[in-house]
Design a protein around this ligand. Structure first.
Ligand SMILES: [Zn+2]
Ligand SMILES: [Zn+2]
Length: 257
């Protein structure tokens, strides 16, 4: 049995909460008690002492300092939107100054866009595309393509270790039932992005599940438990969820399994 723990370094959507230019009720609450205050999304997975980062958002440095993390063993990126890679330079500086090797993996379709934006990364990072499962730190990481609404496609990860089956699906919408059944069945934990409770914008303009749609998905694939992350100002995390579901929060630590 693997000793594992998750830390949600960031639980927000692409703009964070509060949106600095917004005075809605959730953004107002985020400025006060802070239950809804969120940095952009990232997750740290600790596996038998190894530390694996999933995504590198713009606030990555603040997130690592907050949790007193001074070392990473590997990084898996989902896709090249700013909220997922805007802090990747912090990884470059870690390797540059500590001379520690750091494998950084991104699903193959995202590598050209990452290099176009950060052409200097290969000079220090062990940066490579991943297009199938790989075993690292005792766990099996497998990326899979997911529909991302108006944005086309993104990627998610299935992560399997001894006694632990989880999936990280931060940016997805309208998973075909066959894909959901293939990738998301038999999970101990599903981590799923939900930017709004009910998103009222026209469906063709959308890119991430809302909470109501996400509950329909979990009713189908029945994970042991579900944590919603990638939460926008359309989600008030003080609202109750059905049993087996919870909202992530910046700094939330989850012992596994
Ligand atoms: Zn995102
Ligand atoms: Zn707002």
């Amino acid at each position: 049995m693997t000793t594992a723990r998750l830390i949600f370094l960031g639980s927000g959507d692409s703009q964070g909460v509060p949106r600095w230019f917004c005075r809605c009720a959730v953004c107002a609450e985020a400025r006060t008690t802070g239950r809804n205050r969120r940095h952009r999304p990232a997750m740290l997975l600790e596996l038998d002492g190894a530390r694996i980062l999933v995504d590198a958002p713009p606030e990555l440095r603040l997130q690592l300092v907050r949790h007193d993390i001074d070392r990473l063993d590997a990084v898996y990126l989902t896709h090249t939107h700013n909220d997922h890679v805007g802090g990747v330079v912090e990884l470059y500086d870690f390797v540059r100054w500590t001379r520690s090797p750091l494998p950084v993996r991104i699903p193959a379709p995202g590598l050209p866009a990452l290099l176009a934006r950060y052409p200097f990364l290969p000079a220090h990072l062990d940066l490579a595309a991943i297009d199938g499962p790989e075993v690292r730190c005792g766990a099996r990481f497998e990326p899979f393509e997911v529909p991302h609404g108006k944005n086309g496609f993104s990627h998610a990860y299935r992560i399997d270790a001894a006694g632990l089956r989880l999936a990280y699906v931060s940016d997805a919408l309208d998973l075909p039932p066959a894909l959901a059944d293939q990738r998301l069945r038999n999970l101990d934990l599903l981590i799923l992005g939900t930017s709004f409770w009910r998103e009222e914008f026209p469906h063709a303009t959308r890119s991430v599940y809302d909470v109501e749609e996400a509950l329909a998905l979990t009713a189908r694939v029945r994970p042991g438990r579900t944590i919603f992350t990638h939460l926008g100002h359309g989600v008030d995390a003080t609202r109750p969820l059905p049993p087996g579901h919870q909202f992530a929060q910046d700094g939330l630590e989850v012992p596994l399994p």
